[in-house]
Write a protein that binds this ligand. Structure first.
Ligand code: SF4
Length: 571
């Protein structure tokens, strides 16, 4: 245990820990700070008390003196606060805190305050008593929406709860994983919680309460109450015009080439920027993107993922510690690798059966390749080490790609695409070029997902020992290769959205033209925005959102919050 005194806790943390200990942990220990409409509304309601020109100012009105924005700190209690308002009337001082929303009502219909808000106000009173040497017996909460002021008495019971909240915060700071999500009787709180998309309360409890991993074929698609958004807000901006320069003006990105403006994009509409090939991004634009928590991924003109510039690393060091510890354990690596290889082969088989269904009036499952893939799945649990598992994965890929050419429909006008076998570095024909490009795009999205959660993307459990490779991103992408990347490739080719004129072949290397890439980007984003039912949780979400949910469930497993990780398997 360190002798260094802990940083004082903001009294807002006492509010959070009383509302939900897991919320406190995610926000103050892991350092996650998303903003939803409730938080934004709170900031809006605070705009007057937070105005810099009013800080530390005292004003008298009638027999009441009002001081705003007073900072108080107590070493003894280990807490600090910037008090919205301290009023003094008839020789009595008391705090007044502004809150968004309406005041709740007690059993007699009188306006009251939530317990967590009362604890926060009481902590302010404790700070005032220590700073000014006078007892503070009551305070007020001003509810901005209903414009009601509610009195709170600082009883012994409330003071005791406030001190207990401080102790609970200190205890949680020492824990290496968050406490469990709230139990069903308190679950209503999750619907207004700004951290629900990070916490995944229903999903985490689902796995905690089931001792064994569900299998997709047996899953009933349990319908959980969804408390997270179906899809992500904001678009992915692809920059690929060779020789163009991206700068920043006001709240927009400006794309220019040869002195001409090619376009401008409002920053608020962008979630991720992808730079392909010879495009320059100015330092100012880069800084602004990072300040706005927007990632920048770099791809070569051939689509190879080079790396990413990501906002400052997430604060949750406990996750990265657990990642390095758990991914050094061969048994844990094997358990996880089995989950992702099972999901990958399952999804390859599902796509194969879908593509070949109806051919010569047979069911997809009658295909010899589908049967062989099924047999591989059945033998997967017996794999005793990663080498054996790599062999099984390789056999699965060989079986799947031996049939991939049959997934391609002949073009009605002739001149369709042909696929013999997988080749890469460089890909030598259009289908392989497209597959490589799709995998690179998926790798950059998985890289973003594991970084968002707080993992180190270079320490994986399956793709180990590949120096300089984002191994964990590659591990996560296995289960999504068939359902996102291969599916986009097949859609583009079978719908004739791409023709042979969209590819360039030079010295045995094939790549997409600029027009071909534009068409690909549109189809890829459309696929990611497609909503599907989660095979285990039952509710609908986009593939883009699914990537992050899977990364978060992997984090929950790594921190030993849940007993197993389940790969995403289509039904
Ligand atoms: S979603 Fe629910 S369990 Fe999770 S942090 Fe928020 S309130 Fe707590």
């Amino acid at each position: 245990m360190s002798d260094t005194p802990a940083d004082p806790l903001p009294v807002r943390a006492l509010n959070q820990v009383t509302y939900c200990p897991r919320l406190y942990y995610l926000q103050y220990v892991d350092g996650v700070m998303p903003v939803n409409e409730h938080v934004e509304a709170g900031l809006f309601d605070h705009r007057r008390v937070d105005a810099p020109e009013l800080q530390n100012k005292t004003r008298a009105e009638g027999n009441t003196t009002t001081s705003r924005g007073i900072t108080l700190c107590s070493k003894r209690l280990g807490i600090t606060a910037v008090l919205d308002v301290i009023e003094e009337k008839n020789g009595e001082q008391y705090p007044v805190e502004t809150k968004h929303g309406k005041a709740p009502h007690d059993a007699d219909g009188r306006p009251t305050v939530w317990e967590n808000d009362a604890v926060q106000l009481c902590a302010q009173a404790l700070l005032m008593e220590e700073a000014f040497g006078q007892p503070v017996r009551r305070g007020y909460q001003f509810c901005a929406s209903s414009r009601v002021r509610v009195e709170v008495q600082f009883t012994d019971e409330l003071r005791h709860k406030t001190l207990a909240a401080i102790a609970r915060c200190r205890e949680l700071e020492q824990a290496d994983k968050p406490p469990e999500p709230l139990r069903p009787e308190e679950r209503h709180k999750c619907f207004g919680c700004s951290l629900a998309p990070v916490c995944l309360p229903e999903e985490t409890l689902f796995h905690i309460t089931r001792p064994a991993a569900p299998v997709a074929e047996q899953s009933t698609g349990t319908l959980l109450r969804r408390v997270i958004p179906t899809s992500d807000d904001g678009a992915v901006l692809y920059l690929q015009e060779p020789g163009s320069v991206v700068g920043k003006r006001s709240e927009h990105l400006i794309i220019r080439k040869d002195g001409h403006q090619l376009g401008q994009v409002p920053l608020h509409a962008v979630r991720h920027v992808v730079v392909c090939g010879n495009v320059q991004v100015s330092t100012q634009a880069l800084q602004t993107l990072l300040e706005n928590d927007i990632r920048i991924s770099y791809l070569t003109g051939h689509g190879r993922f080079l790396g990413a510039v990501v906002p400052a690393v997430a604060k949750n060091i406990t996750l990265r510690e657990a990642q390095f510890r758990r991914f050094s354990d061969p048994a844990v690596c094997l358990q996880l690798a089995k989950a992702v290889v099972r999901a990958k082969i399952h999804n390859q088989r599902a796509l194969l059966m879908r593509c070949l269904r109806g051919e010569e009036e047979i069911r997809g499952s009658d295909e010899p390749a589908a049967r062989d893939l099924w047999n591989l799945l059945r033998g997967l649990d017996d794999a005793e080490n990663l080498e054996t598992l790599l062999g099984i994965e390789g056999q699965g890929a060989a079986l799947y790609f031996s049939q991939f050419g049959r997934f391609l429909k002949p073009a009605p006008t002739g001149g369709g695409f042909d696929f013999q076998s997988r080749n890469r570095r460089p890909p030598r024909d259009p289908v392989n070029a497209l597959l490589s490009f799709a995998y690179a795009m998926l790798a950059k999205d998985c890289f973003a997902a594991v970084c968002t959660v707080g993992f180190d993307p270079y320490k994986g459990f399956f793709h180990q020992g590949k120096h300089g490779k984002p191994s964990l991103a590659l591990d996560l992408m296995e289960e999504f290769r068939p359902v996102i990347a291969d599916s986009v490739v097949l859609t583009l080719l079978n719908n004739q959205s791409l023709t042979k004129s969209d590819f360039l072949i030079w010295r045995d290397a094939c790549q997409l033209t600029d027009r071909g890439r534009r068409t690909f980007f549109a189809a890829y984003e459309k696929r990611k925005a497609t909503e599907i039912s989660h095979p285990v949780y039952g509710y609908r979400m986009s593939y883009a959102r699914m990537l992050e949910v899977q990364a978060r469930m992997l984090a929950a497993f790594v921190r030993e919050e849940i007993p197993y990780y389940t790969g995403f398997m289509v039904r």
